[in-house]
Design a protein around this ligand. Sequence first.
Ligand code: GDP
Ligand code: MG
Length: 371
Amino acid sequence: SGSLSVAELAEKLKKDTSEIIKKLMSLGVMATKNEELEKTSIELIANDYGVTVEEEEIVDQLDIELYEDPDDDPDKLEERAPVVTIMGHVDHGKTTLLDGIRKTKVTDTEAGGITQHIGAYQVEENGKKVTFLDTPGHAAFTTMRARGAQATDITILVVAADDGVMPQTVEALNHAKAAEVPIIVAVNKMDKENANPDRVMQELTEYQLVPEAWGGETIFVNVSAVKGDGIDELLEMILLVAEVEELKANPAKRAQGTVVEAELDKGRGPVATLLVQGGTMNVGDPVVVGNTYGRVRAMTNEVGRRVKNAGPSTPVEITGLNGVPEAGDQFLVFADEKKAKQIGEGRANRAKEAERKQTSRVSLDDLFHQI
Ligand code: GDP
Ligand code: MG
């Protein structure tokens, strides 16, 4: 049966039984420790803690470990494309490299060959897909990480061959190491006369990024982002690392993933680029995204073409949300719209409450400061 006693509910929620009893009292429900609770009471309490009750199980819907979903039966796991971010010092060629890969490799040009900037795109190399997150600077990586989202499988560290390792190069490699994300070094601007790839290798060795040629394990690829040289090799190396990482996901469940970017569009309302990480997203799906919710009205890919569904590692732009989520927010598709609405509104209210508490605390601090 799906019923729970007060004590059992407390245990599932990792709260004190007395706290649950108090909360129930505030809801007008008088219950003792061993009393069986009605479903509605369980739901009310659980929702109050940001947890939703589903299929007689209590699942913390939006804090699920993306890669360790207990639903993911090993038999249902399928290979998925690696998700790649590009990092490096300013002016070392991150944007040029991303644009170069996009221009030469985005295959789906049926929409007139015009690639859109939706913050992420997918390319194909030797019949295999690679997903690039294309948000400016380190944002893709750092904001998402700061918000607890792990969306990157592999990072490309771009280092200009005429400039060498610079402060943001070190910052970037430290971020990647902290997140345990494999690094491939792209030594860029090889077309320049003063390009010195040996110096880059030498300098990176000090940060334990030792090239394979020198007995280490780090892959270095020489590229020229402006000329497009080395892009194929870089993609092949990405696929090689992806194979070692054995990246897998279950496409046969409700979609979950991370917001890459979002904005309010004058005509279309809230528009969000989502990276599907598990499951498959379909047009019409009810979804909770961060502190907002909605129903997927339209989905488009990186060339602006309408798609009906999107599986693991696929970036899509969606409309149909009631608000604008933030980069790094997680999303989860629900079985029905009512539930999505209930959870979305609950989360929005809690966020508002948290913000209110934050501001009142700040003003109190300010007050003490003045005294
Ligand atoms: P970001 O700040 O890392 O995004 O760097 P950008 O992509 O904006 O590039 C900075 C400058 O370096 C621009 O003027 C680019 O044209 C130039 N650049 C980028 N890649 C190359 C390259 O492979 N060769 C040469 N010669 N210049 C490049
Ligand atoms: Mg740039």
